[in-house]
Design a protein around this ligand. Sequence first.
Ligand code: NCD
Length: 322
Amino acid sequence: MTTPSLPSQPPRLPAGGFTARRLISIDDLSDAEIAYSLDLAEYYAGFLNRSEPAPQRLAGRTQINLFFEDSTRTNLSFDLAGKKLGADVVNVPVSASSIHKGESLVDTAQTLAAMGADIMIVRAKEEGLHERLDKLLSCVVVNGGAGALEHPTQALLDAATIRSQFGRIEGLTVAICGDVKHSRVAGSDARLFTRLGATVRFVGPAGLMPDNDQFTDIERCKNLKDGLKGADIVMGLRMQFERMESGGKDAAQGYFEAFGLTHETMKLASPGAFVMHPGPMNRGVEIDSALADDPERSLILRQVFYGAATRMACLDALVGAP
Ligand code: NCD
């Protein structure tokens, strides 16, 4: 993979240090901590790119990955990231755990924390669960995806990917397209990119837009022509059928004809625009294969690469050796 030259020295800690002790929402990080995390992700990307062993900043630390919802990229990249930094990583086999004997999610998490966890990555749809765990557990709690609400490490890795291509986020226009309503990625991306100085737009049918009282500062476009105009990044989203009520399913009817991302529809964006997608993709539903697989226009695999590097950065910043 071609990536720009990557730094061989770690970035300097923010002036007041990295003081966040949880990552449940992007808002848990200060601007300086966000900038540091992105620089640190770039530093770790260098080790991955050169296939070099990374500093063992998590040696002796225990990391527990507790995923109550399905995951491929997020779970595996947290697993890889922890191992690359020398942590003891435990992946909880949720489908074979006591949850099926009626144990509550909180009891499961507390039991695991009592085994000496330093950091726990939790994916669950229950609203407020991460905040509750943060109060109850002595370990650092990281949000690996919370229902339709937040996915902060995905937003950070998306920002790291964009920055690796454009050298900046500030001043770019990002069109987030599709099932925004059910997407935790859309919400976290919008919050983070706006803070980093990008202009963000939501593009899609009205039935797949968030409620009107949410994201009031973000422009909404009901067609690709308006939505993609001047966009530097076009972020496709998966149709999240599992979260839709019948109304959402109606909105998804004929979606590809009106909103599908193809080489043709990318002509509506800036000439040098790139397509991204957090995955998993539904080919032919929200994006066509020719575009998704085109290395000249697609940053989708680079997102996966930065997924591991960014999660190394988050783990190190939150619980790495001082
Ligand atoms: C997303 C997720 O699970 O939030 N994927 C990911 O983490 N890379 C998006 C999705 O489920 O569509």
